[in-house]
Design a protein around this ligand. Structure first.
Ligand SMILES: *Cc1c(COP(=O)(O)O)cnc(C)c1O
Length: 371
């Protein structure tokens, strides 16, 4: 049996006619930049997440970059975040010559350890940027409490967490701004790059709308300095169609996670691997189903040999990346992030997985540990 890590072709085939129709519509209209498709999708997401404003941009990375620009982050400013995330989270800080200041993660959830946050705040700290890794929220109550005490805004990196909830509130509605990505492998994936910023702050929303069009309020009159970063009308139209299925896809991801949990227990695998831990109050949307084991590298090779897709998100924590040598961090600075990088392995969790495929994955992992 073959179990890819992700199967976007099956997803596409099931809704192909609808998608082709809307793509043709945009082509016939020849209206590609902003316009009604983008506006409709922005309203859809704002309603879904329970926020006032949604601003479509070119990617999740740009959503993060524009969020920092909106806060007027300057060279030398410090932004607190985690070392265990995709590079975009801090790459955008570096582009603005701001300094990523890392806070270690919790061993169980892989998310920012809020108990270590306050001690990292200095007079240079201008933002806190927690990541909702793999599809569950960081401890936003605790993070927002520290942030509010110091008057520091919070930007949510919700790129992997569309639809995830904490105590009934959706990711993206828990900070000053929230950043979504529609990269094809995310839970709601475009046919290329796409992103979106959410906020309940009207002034921030207005600035962000200007900033994605070079700060221009009326053509060739530039109110502030921005960039070119829009969600394409074509992508918005595709996303609007796919959005109708998001809740169903999320439920299927959650059901698949539940199946893995049962199968792993039945096979006695919980002595060998740690299953994803869902924190109290969280609803996990499983962009990734990430297990951990000290035998990670051998298990990964074994699964690959048995045609089971698997991936290490992420093998090198950001404080140990070559490009960040100048930040002056060392091995041992963030032990939980470093251990996670050694032990994590993400398994196929996409909605279209069959029960046969789930069973095969669990049985193959049992085989590996029985060797
Ligand atoms: C995907 C992702 C991003 C970046 O999104 P792009 O749309 O690929 O630019 C940022 N942060 C995290 C945690 C991500 O997973």
């Amino acid at each position: 049996m073959n179990v890819p890590l992700l199967d976007l072709k099956t997803q596409f085939q099931r809704i192909q006619p609808e998608l082709m129709q809307v793509i043709e519509e945009v082509c016939v209209q020849q209206s590609f930049i902003l316009g009604p498709h983008v506006e409709q999708f922005e309203r859809t997401i704002a309603t879904f997440l329970g926020v006032e404003h949604a601003i479509g941009v070119a990617s999740g990375s740009d959503a993060l970059l524009l969020s920092l620009m909106e806060l007027d982050i300057q060279p030398g400013d410090e932004v607190l975040t985690v070392p265990f995330t995709f590079f975009a989270t801090t790459g955008v800080m570096s582009r603005l010559h701001a300094r990523p200041v890392f806070v270690d993660i919790c061993a169980d959830t892989f998310n920012l350890d809020a108990t270590q946050l306050a001690q990292k705040i200095t007079s240079h700290t201008k933002a806190i940027l927690p990541v909702h890794l793999f599809g569950q929220c960081a401890d936003m109550d605790a993070i927002n409490t520290v942030a509010a005490r110091h008057g520091i805004p919070v930007i949510e990196d919700a790129c992997q967490a569309i639809g995830a909830m904490q105590n009934g509130t959706k990711a993206g509605a828990l900070g000053h701004t929230g950043c979504l990505s529609f990269f094809p492998s995310k839970n709601l994936g475009a046919f290329g790059d796409g992103g979106l910023i959410t906020t309940n702050n009207s002034q921030a929303a207005e600035r962000l709308r200007l900033m994605r069009v070079h700060g221009s309020r009326s053509e060739y009159h530039h109110h502030l300095i921005g960039m070119n970063s829009r969600l394409d009308a074509l992508q918005a139209a595709v996303l609007q169609i796919k959005f109708q299925y998001l809740d169903d896809w999320t439920t299927k991801r959650q059901n698949n996670a539940e199946s893995y949990r049962q199968l792993f227990h039945e096979h006695g695998l919980t002595d060998h691997v740690t299953l994803p831990v869902v924190a109290d109050g969280n609803t996990h949307v499983y962009n990734q189903f990430t297990i951990r084991t000290p035998k990670r590298d051998d298990l990964s090779a074994y699964l690959t040999e048995k045609s089971i897709g698997n991936r290490i998100y992420y093998p090198v924590p950001l404080h140990l990346q070559e490009c960040y040598e100048t930040l002056g961090y060392h091995k041992g600075d963030f032990p939980f992030a470093e251990q996670a990088a050694q032990e994590v392995l993400s398994l196929p969790i996409y909605p279209e997985l069959s029960s046969g495929q789930l069973t095969y994955v669990a049985e193959t992992i049992k085989e590996f540990f029985d060797q």
